[in-house]
Design a protein around this ligand. Structure first.
Ligand SMILES: C[S@@+](CC[C@H](N)C(=O)[O-])C[C@H]1O[C@@H](n2cnc3c(N)ncnc32)[C@H](O)[C@@H]1O
Length: 131
């Protein structure tokens, strides 16, 4: 898992995050990537972590567990957790500066659903944003 965090840190460096960036993390699970991003934001920044909290994809997968991880790290004001399906996002177009996802797309077994998830990620990005 040390390699996983090294990869996250390397990827985050390329995101060009601003203190007020609005970020969406798809399939956030227990918040491994989400919390690392939240640490980079200022008070006006926010990471929305979206998940269906499927225990078949990650053990102890519950919104309350992730919320506790977020709270324990003192990141409560910079994180918003929501239940949702990444193949059918409930956000307006152009809502986010950055969309991230780690180790979640492979859990969508149906090819068309995976394509839908990519299209949805693009739809909710602001023009010129990074994913
Ligand atoms: C292997 S976990 C990865 C969690 C976290 N991103 C990480 O890197 O540790 C995959 C996550 O994707 C979520 N997931 C799978 N299909 C999803 C879907 N269609 N919409 C939202 N979340 C989904 C699962 O519930 C699980 O929390």
């Amino acid at each position: 898992s040390r390699g996983k965090y090294k990869t996250f840190d390397e990827a985050i460096r390329h995101l060009n995050l601003k203190p007020d960036s609005q970020v969406l993390d798809l399939g956030c699970g227990r918040g491994a990537l989400l919390t690392r991003i939240a640490k980079q934001l200022g008070l006006a920044g926010k990471v929305t972590g979206l998940d269906l909290w499927l225990s078949r994809d990650q053990s102890h997968n519950k919104m309350a567990v992730t919320q506790k991880n977020v709270d324990d790290l003192g990141l409560t004001d910079r994180v918003n957790l929501v239940t949702g399906d990444m193949t059918k996002l409930n956000f307006p177009d152009a809502s986010f500066d950055v969309v991230t996802s780690s180790f979640a797309f492979h859990n969508i077994k149906n090819e068309q659903a995976r394509i839908n998830a990519v299209k949805e990620a693009i739809r909710v990005l602001k023009p010129g944003a990074i994913s």
